[in-house]
Design a protein around this ligand. Structure first.
Ligand SMILES: NC(=O)c1ccc[n+]([C@@H]2O[C@H](COP(=O)([O-])OP(=O)(O)OC[C@H]3O[C@@H](n4cnc5c(N)ncnc54)[C@H](OP(=O)(O)O)[C@@H]3O)[C@@H](O)[C@H]2O)c1
Length: 246
């Protein structure tokens, strides 16, 4: 059985791999394969049976199925697939540069829909149970003026994932939908941490706990108490909401 990380240099995916790699064949699919070599070596040291690094650009949609099939050829049936690629993008730039707005929409929504569809299809054809992890975000819960391009992709992705999880119900494939709040890491470098911030290792611990303990699809707020903030967010009147700094 194998573990496939899509976004092989993602902080969160790296932490998930660290927690799950022992005795597994791991495939890191990375836009910059050279930057994933350090993690690959670390995973070998931690007891991964094998680690392969494959080149992967999520925006090239017609390579998605080939990549999943290549993983199965190299490392066998996939037990855990983590769809961790993504960009925050530059909101200010995206408001006047439509190519950048479309880039964010492509990486964070269209490519996710493509890859999740391929994974659900291919993993259903395998013989053993498997889990897919997708990353929604608090940013998609209620889009904010300060971050609405990225937020809208997460809103759409979350809706897609809820339906996909239902479509997988009764099969041996399950979907873990992670909804982290602010994660202190590469994606948020230079930003002031928001209330209830967590680190990539916290997100990984919650995901791996769901992977090892729950045997069905699930949606995880990370941290769990974020669900209270999410409930309050929905109540905030729009004239106040539109002034939220980010
Ligand atoms: N960080 C947060 O605050 C936060 C909060 C909620 C949800 N999330 C979501 O959690 C997921 C993982 O985030 P993270 O914190 O681990 O982010 P990260 O450390 O910035 O990693 C993002 C990964 O996506 C890859 N990537 C970007 N564009 C790509 C493309 N076109 N093709 C292939 N790979 C591409 C990056 O590759 P390069 O290294 O080559 O750039 C990197 O491996 C994302 O979906 C993110 O939106 C993050």
């Amino acid at each position: 059985m194998s573990i496939l990380l899509l976004g092989g240099t993602s902080d969160i995916a790296g932490e998930i791999a660290t927690l799950t790699c022992h005795g597994e064949d791991v495939v890191l699919a990375a836009r910059r394969p050279e930057a994933a070599q350090g993690l690959a070596e670390d995973l070998r040291q931690r007891g991964a049976t094998s680690v392969h690094v494959l080149s992967f650009d999520a925006q090239v949609l017609d390579t998605h199925r080939e990549l999943v099939k290549k993983t199965q050829e190299l490392a066998g049936e996939i037990s855990l697939a983590v769809v961790a690629f993504g960009i925050l993008g530059d909101q200010e730039r995206a408001e006047t540069d439509e190519t950048h707005a479309v880039e964010i929409a492509t990486v964070d929504y269209t490519a996710q829909v493509s890859m999740l569809t391929v994974l659900a299809d291919e993993l259903r054809s395998q013989t053993a149970p498997a889990a897919i992890v997708a990353f929604s975000s608090i940013a998609g819960w209620r889009a904010r003026r300060a971050n609405y391009v990225y937020g809208s992709t997460k809103a759409g992705l979350d809706a897609f994932c809820q339906g996909l999880a239902d479509s997988l119900h009764g099969t041996h494939v399950r979907l873990i939908i992670a909804r982290p709040g602010f994660v202190i890491g590469s994606m948020t470098t230079g930003m002031k941490p928001a209330p209830m911030s967590v680190y990539p290792r916290d997100v990984a611990a919650a995901v791996v706990s769901a992977y090892t303990s729950k045997k069905r699809s699930t949606t995880l707020w990370i941290p769990g108490r974020l669900r209270v903030l999410a409930w309050i967010m929905r109540m905030v009147p729009r004239p106040v909401w539109r002034k939220m700094p980010r």
